[in-house]
Design a protein around this ligand. Structure first.
Ligand code: ME8
Length: 472
């Protein structure tokens, strides 16, 4: 029986979620919901969660005067609730401070060590806590990381290293064999190019830190937060217990900022212990807000909860999925959201549902005969758009059908048929319209789950004029 397992990045808890974090999570949610429709609920696993063993967590907790664990408990709650309120249907919300994760991380590192891939060495270099990564001197501006606008620190440590360079050939071979492994192709080429230039071994522990998961063979070191974080994808499916195999390999949805970790370091770690790399890595672009980079200092980090209170969670979902083709960079603005809310949702979908339910009540005692109106071609266009991650196109197809139904009403003027006593013609038109709306609602569920349910409820007989789905 076919199964589908999908993950999102696990997010740093040094702040609350913004619209960019929601976007990656939403892509994974649409896929999870789509495959549940197709394969059955039990055949799908969808995980998201929080990355808590970071130095950023410790700093943020200090600022709030809380100990790190209390602080992460609070923040993880906020992230989880935000996602729930936006209709994110995760099966598991994983936190890297959980015991099950510590077990998985330590088990995997023991296996990597058994493969002879971990050795002790010396490292020094510029470290940016914002990135949680070493940086090249050439990447700094006046000693500062330009992205996080903070001074890089010179770290000089005895560390443990992972023999990443050993996997250069295996990785290139894997890329050649799996040309669709990273989507979109531009990201695939970027990753391949990077490996071709040669890989260096990476330091995977920190001696100077206490907050994190201890390295089993030398507990005076904690494991580097990125190595720890990547392993969440195995923890969520039950690793180190063998039951992880029923879900692995998973599909990872990530942003373009973290491809090297997911497409190079992570598969190499898995190759080291003889576990198959992820099934596919889907990389979303980044978006700006009103043309500007999302940043705390600019105060433009739009919170999904606030938007959803104003427009409803489905309108936010619709906008993000329709406006930004998957894989491309995009721009978010509330004005554009408002425009689509009025034209596509209120005047398009909302208007159609209220017209059709109103006419069924007035002209047909709220009754109609159910049938399938989706043609096989229509369905296959829709499915291939989703399965090839063209979510904007899938929505575009649905809206073509909605617009066609709205036009049909204008052209056929059912109210005249009623006046002229053309009962048969009227009934068959109303049946057709009701079924078109219901069939679209079924296809819409992965994208707009609340709306899909409301439409299905509005068509329970006897049908009455529906309340507006998208009030102006
Ligand atoms: O990197 N546009 O966590 P993070 C689109 N903990 N997507 C965006 C975005 C934007 N402007 N801003 C953020 C981490 N994202 C690590 C991940 S995974 C094992 C560990 C999304 O909280 C995008 O998916 O910084 C990006 O990769 C992720 O949030 C980074 O979240």
């Amino acid at each position: 029986m076919e199964r589908f397992s999908v993950t999102t990045p696990i997010y740093y808890v040094n702040d609350v979620p913004h619209i960019g974090h929601l976007y990656s999570t939403l892509i994974a949610d649409v896929l999870a919901r789509y495959w549940r429709q197709k394969l059955g609920n039990d055949q799908v696993w969808f995980s998201t969660g929080t990355d808590e063993n970071s130095q950023k967590t410790v700093e943020a907790a200090q600022k709030k005067g809380l100990d790190p664990q209390r602080y992460t408990d609070q923040l993880a709650g906020i992230w989880q609730q935000t996602f729930e309120r936006l209709g994110i249907s995760f099966n598991d919300f994983i936190r890297t401070t959980e015991f099950r994760h510590k077990e998985a991380v330590q088990a995997l590192l023991v296996d990597m060590d058994d493969s002879g891939d971990i050795y002790q060495g010396h490292y020094e270099g510029w470290y940016c806590v914002g990135h949680e990564a070493f940086m090249k001197e050439s990447e700094l501006v006046d000693g500062k990381c330009p992205e996080h606008n903070r001074n890089a620190e010179w770290l000089k440590e005895e560390n443990y290293f992972f023999k990443l360079s050993k996997y250069e050939k295996d990785l290139l071979h894997w890329f050649e064999k799996n040309p669709d492994w990273v989507v979109p192709p531009s990201r695939y080429n970027e990753v391949k190019q990077f490996v071709k230039q040669g890989l260096e071994d990476i330091s995977i522990t920190r001696q100077s830190q206490r907050w994190g998961i201890p390295l089993p063979k030398d507990t005076s070191h904690v494991i580097y937060v990125w190595i720890d974080a990547l392993i969440n994808y195995l923890t969520t499916v039950g690793y180190p217990d063998q039951r992880y195999r029923q879900w692995w390999p998973s599909v990872h949805v990530i942003g373009k900022d973290i491809t090297k970790f997911h497409c190079i370091i992570w598969p190499a770690m898995l190759m080291s212990v003889g576990i198959e790399p992820p099934k596919q890595v889907l990389v979303n672009g980044f978006f700006t807000v009103n043309g500007q980079k999302i940043s705390k200092s600019l105060g433009n980090a739009i919170e999904p909860l606030a938007l959803s209170k104003k427009y409803g969670s489905d309108a936010v979902r619709y906008f993000l999925l329709r406006e930004i083709p998957f894989g491309s960079d995009g721009d978010f603005s509330e004005d554009k959201l408002k425009q689509r809310y009025v034209s596509d949702l209120a005047n398009g979908l909302g208007n159609l549902v209220s017209r059709v339910t109103n006419m069924l009540e007035q002209f047909a005692h709220g009754q109609f005969v159910r049938s399938t109106t989706n043609s096989p071609q229509q369905l296959s266009r829709h499915q291939s758009a989703i399965e090839q991650y063209r979510f904007d196109e899938a929505l575009g197809i649905m809206w073509e059908h909605l617009d066609a139904a709205n036009q049909l009403i204008d052209v056929k003027a059912p109210w005249n048929m009623a006046k002229e006593g053309k009962r048969d013609e009227l009934n068959s038109l109303l049946n057709d319209l009701a079924n078109r709306v219901l069939n679209i609602a079924g296809l819409l569920e992965p994208f707009m789950p609340v709306t899909a349910k409301r439409i299905q409820k509005a068509f329970v007989e006897p049908v009455k004029k529906a309340e507006p789905l998208f009030p102006r």
